[in-house]
Design a protein around this ligand. Structure first.
Ligand code: PHE
Length: 352
């Protein structure tokens, strides 16, 4: 082997090694590179080992070249290690960096229950017609739920309200307690506490011992209304309730009044809205009638006025009791009242 040969060989080896070093991009590749060139059986190590067998005059130059190559390779390895470390650190920071231009995380927000919404809408529409909003007890005496409403004990009209009784009576044992079946007991409570004129709406929960179907629940809300003053007539009742329907449903929905019987009004009516689902043709939701009843109403019975100490010869009034869930069915096109209290978020979220 000539002197030029070994020296050239070393130089070739050095540039090959440095080329390969440039493409090593992680610690593992660096280690493989080190083993390949500088390891115990590495290419450069072999050359260094072979120096001794070279003729003296060749050994000098080749030895110098090989040592220079080793220094260059070791230095190259160190530099490359540094570069890779810095690149890793930079990449890490980039990974952790905050992009302030990204949109923020949405904050989860609750929403109002559809009943709460519709009860508020109903109360607001009456409030703007001069009614105040009051509330009353859900656990009620039989006296207020029935007797003061002209429904004495044993009267068959009690069957209109399938009642959930509470296992409790007053001291004489005469007056049982119950879960109110309607908000009408508040008619008597309000009139007992105040002198006419009276104009109130009463939102609240009611309970009935009843089988459920698309328009009936065993627990539901009502909004009671009561207006008593001198000279109030059925025309006032109709005018007020038509105006209410126009505000809630818009002018194009059809409204129907019919005669109906409730012991605490005379005359009594009910009010229905044309069915949203079948356009009045008759379907499952409206029980094939084309109409959905949303409230009972009528002129307050003279006996009820008398019972609370109002003189029926001076004062007259109208009362109504509506089902807000029914109003919501019609307004939002909901096909089953049982959805309101089934706690299915897929339903409830649509109103949030
Ligand atoms: N309280 C009656 C019901 O629940 C509705 C009603 C209220 C009727 C006021 C007339 C007057 O069926």
């Amino acid at each position: 082997m000539s002197e030029a040969n070994t020296t050239d060989q070393v130089e070739d080896l050095q540039s090959k090694a440095l080329r390969e070093l440039k493409v090593a991009s992680d610690t593992e590749q660096l280690e493989a590179w080190r083993v390949a060139f500088l390891g115990r059986r590495g290419e450069l190590t072999q050359v260094l080992r072979g120096l001794g067998s070279l003729p003296a005059e060749e050994r000098r130059a080749a030895g110098a070249a090989a040592n220079a190559a080793r220094v260059a390779l070791e230095q190259g390895l160190e530099d490359r290690e540094q570069q890779i470390k810095q690149a890793d650190a930079a990449a890490g920071m980039a990974g952790e960096a905050i992009d302030v231009t990204l949109p923020g995380w949405p904050v989860p927000r609750g929403g109002l229950h559809p009943t709460t919404r519709i009860v508020r809408d109903i109360c607001n529409s009456f409030a703007s017609m001069g009614f105040s909003v009051v509330e009353g007890p859900e656990v009620e005496w039989d006296t207020y739920n029935f007797e003061k409403l002209n429904i004495p004990k044993g009267h068959p009209a009690r069957d209109m309200w399938a009642t959930l009784w509470v296992d409790h009576t007053d001291e004489d044992g005469d007056h049982p307690m119950l879960m109110r079946t309607h908000t009408s007991p508040m008619q008597a409570r309000v009139m007992e506490k105040s002198d006419p004129p009276v104009r109130v709406v009463v939102p609240g929960r009611c309970y009935r011992y009843e089988a459920t179907d698309p328009t009936h629940e065993w627990h539901f809300y009502q909004v009671e209304g009561l207006a008593v003053d001198r000279g109030i007539t059925l025309a006032d009742l109709k005018g007020t309730l038509y105006e209410f329907a126009r505000r809630i449903f818009g002018a194009e929905r059809k409204v129907r009044f019919r005669c109906d019987y409730f012991p605490f009004v005379e005359p009594g009516v009910d009010m229905s809205i044309d069915c949203f689902l079948c356009d009045g043709k008759g379907c499952r939701v409206c029980a094939d009638t084309g109409w959905i009843e949303i409230m009972g109403a009528g002129m307050v019975h003279p006996k009820v006025l008398e019972g609370v100490g109002y003189d029926p010869n001076i004062y007259t009034g109208f009362a109504f009791g509506m089902g807000p869930e029914r109003v919501a069915l019609l307004k939002y096109g909901i096909e089953d009242i049982r959805l309101f209290y089934a706690n299915d978020l897929r339903f409830l979220r649509q109103f949030a």
